[in-house]
Design a protein around this ligand. Structure first.
Ligand code: SF4
Length: 377
């Protein structure tokens, strides 16, 4: 089998296995890879220090895999029929990012890429060396996606495909095989800047540049400690991730739904009821979010986010739930419960909060109590 035939059969197989998109690029280096170092030097990665550890290897995958010649990027649409967060959804309820409604995509994609690699090994005339990556390892997945012809990197920093929009999970097979490369996709954002204007925290500091430290996805998933007070109101009702910069994107207006049933929302994860989320114990959390991307936030981070959403709701119905969480075993939860109570009760919260100070020994919670007391005075 020659290179043209091998390339064609790999692409056909990828689609047969169930991927919606497939494209092949060289391994780089690409000009975008240099941007990554600049981005890190600005501190835009926040607490995601693991990105710094691998920065050289991210720049050029041949530092990890010297024989690498081609990257086969595969994309899977995860959109569903359900409305967008900017449409008619109940703001008194929470919002979990679209990508996290169903099963963890890492496993779904990895399984398919393993199948594809098995096929490549069967048909290749030469020995195949390969690595599979899904959101892991030192690769710049979106850059490969762009050079493999899957989509362009939009001003919202997401990979956008002209036909199916940006609700795409991607994964790659990096291989020693010489294959035919696709052409990079031109940027089709044009003069649009809807995502930049719509971001509540101004995290898209300029087109194509995201300051993670301001991004609601980072604040509700990656950040392990307190959500900065000045950003809490802007987090709105987002309890895990945020979809706003993709919801407003015109390329997602006619996005088709995925054929993949494992991405359909698990019961109660679409626009979920905040009070029931606030009642999740450690055990419940593990059970409800087993094999779900949401488990990454851990119960403490997730309940922290639920408290911020409750505080932002202005709905006094949540007060008993917030008061119960003032006694939670986790200081991160207690600290955010203090803030949420103040948001819901205003100065009426002062007596309850003052009463906590005498018994509270954790410095983080004490700091929160004192801040709120200052606001009340
Ligand atoms: Fe590009 Fe507009 Fe979509 Fe932002 S909203 S990614 S600027 S097309």
């Amino acid at each position: 089998m020659d290179t043209v035939a091998l390339t064609r059969s790999i692409k056909e197989k990828a689609l047969e296995i169930g991927f919606d998109l497939v494209g092949i690029s060289p391994v780089g280096p690409f000009p975008e890879s240099l941007f990554f170092k600049e981005w890190l030097s600005e501190g835009f990665n926040g607490e995601m220090k693991y990105m710094e550890r691998n920065s050289d290897r991210r720049e050029d995958v041949r530092r990890v895999f010297p024989e690498a010649r081609s990257v086969i990027s595969c994309g899977l649409n995860y959109n569903t029929e359900y409305p967008y967060s900017i449409n008619k959804v109940d703001k008194q309820r929470g919002w979990i990012s679209r990508y996290a409604w169903g099963d963890d995509y890492h496993e779904v994609i990895k399984d398919r890429l393993s199948k594809l690699l098995g096929f490549i090994r069967e048909v290749s005339p030469v020995e195949v060396k390969a690595l599979i990556y899904v959101d892991t390892g030192p690769v710049l997945e979106r850059v490969y996606g762009r050079y493999g012809g899957i989509g362009w990197i939009g001003k919202n920093t997401c990979l956008i495909n002209q036909k199916i929009g940006s609700w795409i999970f991607i994964g790659e097979i990096i291989t020693n095989l010489e294959l035919n490369y696709d052409s990079p996709v031109p940027d089709r954002c044009g003069t649009c800047k809807r995502c930049i204007d719509a971001c509540p925290t101004g995290a898209l500091v300029k087109p194509y540049v995201l300051d993670s430290r301001l991004c609601i996805s980072y604040l509700t998933i990656e950040l392990k400690g307190k959500i900065p007070v000045e950003l809490r109101e802007k987090v709105g009702n987002n309890v895990f991730g945020c979809d706003i910069c993709q919801d407003v994107c015109p390329w997602n207006r006619r996005a088709k739904s995925s054929r993949e049933t494992s991405f359909l929302p698990r019961e109660s994860l679409f626009n979920p009821e905040l009070s029931s989320l606030s009642e999740l114990t450690e055990e419940d959390f593990k059970k409800v979010f087993r094999k779900s991307p949401v488990k990454r936030a851990k119960r403490r981070g997730f309940i922290r986010n639920v408290l911020v959403a409750m505080g932002n709701s202005g709905n006094k119905r949540f007060i008993p739930h917030v008061k119960r969480l003032l006694k939670d075993a986790d200081p991160l939860v207690r600290a955010h419960a203090v803030w949420a109570l103040w948001k819901l009760e205003g100065k009426d919260a002062l007596e309850t909060i003052k009463g906590l100070l005498a018994k509270e020994h954790d410095p983080m919670v004490r700091e929160e109590i004192l801040n709120v007391m200052n606001q009340c005075l």
